[in-house]
Design a binder for this molecule. Structure first.
Ligand SMILES: [Zn+2]
Length: 138
């Protein structure tokens, strides 16, 4: 799948964001190794701690349905009611979740406000020296 198409899916997923507190809407589209795509949006909570990011929603949906191989994730975010910002990078917690399920040197993170002008990073670039399953012998 072309990354521009994946980004469009992230932008669409952003429309489902539940963010009554931050008013910051994020959508993510996770491309699995088998070509399937799982989307997510951020889901906030009045108690704040249960809040979950779009990237983790996408990963947990995929993992809970048995997916284990992942190729890339597109992330689109910005203020509610506005076009996505050019660069909304995954938070540290989401990077750690990606480290659990993706190969850091091959997994692509696609950032952009639209399907044009994409910026692509490897997980190993945005989480250098990450701690993952290999550190525990897996
Ligand atoms: Zn996050």
């Amino acid at each position: 799948m072309e990354y521009g198409e994946l980004m469009k899916m992230a932008v669409t997923a952003r429309q489902s964001a539940y963010m009554p507190y931050s008013h910051f809407a994020v959508g993510a589209a996770l491309l699995c190794s088998d070509g399937s795509v799982y989307t997510g949006s951020n889901i906030e909570n009045a108690a704040f701690t249960p809040t979950v990011c779009a990237e983790r929603v996408a990963f947990f949906k995929a993992v809970s349905e048995g997916k284990r191989g992942f190729a890339a994730i597109a992330v689109a975010g910005g203020k509610e009611g506005e076009a996505p910002d050019a660069l909304v990078a995954p938070c540290g917690v989401c990077r750690q979740v990606m480290m659990e399920f993706a190969f850091p040197k091959t997994f692509d993170i696609i950032l952009a406000g639209s399907s044009e002008n994409l910026q692509v990073y490897k997980l190993s670039e945005i989480l250098p020296l990450g701690f993952g399953p290999e550190n525990l012998g897996r």
